[in-house]
Ligand binder design. Structure first.
Ligand SMILES: C[S@@+](CC[C@H](N)C(=O)[O-])C[C@H]1O[C@@H](n2cnc3c(N)ncnc32)[C@H](O)[C@@H]1O
Length: 262
């Protein structure tokens, strides 16, 4: 049975996360959808010609026949970036993310981003509720989710998306495991010294409220909270986990449930 597609999330006109980037339609056939997207995000529209001429800044919302994406300036020559579909088969049980999630029957991914980790978990059979607070990323992911379902990706039926700040809703949600993968600040510091920034990071910036997020995630988790970090990064908010699963480049720190946010 195919699940009903989530509607595109509605977004407050004045987002606390800053003005949305301009919306560009790749062709005349995409204009109507681009208008809808601009209206949902309270964003301005930019013509294709103006984007090609260098207007639109470092990132625009791009609408084409494949859906909604992010795209850098025309001069960069880079393609649009959009969430990759979930894998068609589950990874082996030795995958560090799956080992970290363990026997959890369901998962809340409280920092959904592009939905990559959620897709891996869904492909491994776990229902995943994805929470994403950035209105643009939430809309891009919602659009992708509708398309994955329409294309019959089996894992997509196990994915659900809420366009919310996890800190505001986790106290009233429950799942066996809660996954957290907030933007890692040090990458941002390196980037500010001149490295290329990913389009999502340009939009989202650093997630500076990670300690608060971890505290409320522990209330929502029945079995554990899993925090994804670069392999050698310090612990999130300095909180020492009860264990870690260490992969080649990534470390998953494990925290027990808690009755109160601490
Ligand atoms: C590094 S990305 C996550 C990437 C994701 N794990 C994936 O596989 O694509 C971090 C994301 O978490 C989101 N985020 C951070 N704090 C959040 C919160 N309190 N509630 C909801 N989303 C949050 C950010 O907007 C950003 O999109």
């Amino acid at each position: 049975m195919r699940a009903t597609p989530s509607p595109a999330p509605t977004v407050p006109a004045a987002s606390p996360l800053g003005a949305a980037p301009a919306v560009v339609a790749a062709s005349v056939a995409d204009e109507a959808r681009a208008d809808q997207v601009a209206s949902a995000l309270a964003a301005s529209r930019l013509t294709l010609a103006a984007w090609r001429a260098g207007d639109g800044g470092p990132v625009v919302v791009w609408v084409d026949a494949d859906g909604v994406a992010l795209r850098g300036p025309a001069a960069s020559g880079a393609d649009p970036v959009r969430p990759p579909p979930p894998p068609s088969a589950g990874r082996g049980g030795r995958d560090p993310l799956l080992r970290a999630i363990g026997a959890a029957a369901d998962v809340i991914d409280a920092t959904a981003g592009w939905g990559v980790d959620a897709g891996v978990l869904a492909a491994a059979g776990r229902p995943v509720r994805m929470l994403e607070r950035h209105p643009v990323l939430a809309l891009v992911l919602a659009d992708a989710l509708v398309r994955w379902r329409a294309a019959g990706h089996p894992a997509a039926t196990r994915l659900e998306l809420l366009a919310v700040d996890a800190r505001h809703v986790l106290a009233s949600l429950r799942a066996d495991a809660v996954l957290l993968d907030p933007m890692y600040p040090e990458r941002g510091k390196r980037a500010r010294k001149g490295e290329d920034l990913s389009l999502a990071r340009r939009l989202v910036g650093d997630d500076d409220d990670q300690g608060e997020l971890l505290a409320v995630a522990r209330v929502a988790a029945r079995r554990r909270v899993v925090v994804k970090r670069p392999r050698t990064a310090p612990y999130l908010a300095g909180r020492v986990p009860t264990g870690s699963i260490v992969g080649r480049t990534t470390r998953y720190d494990l925290y027990p449930p808690s009755e109160e946010p601490t």
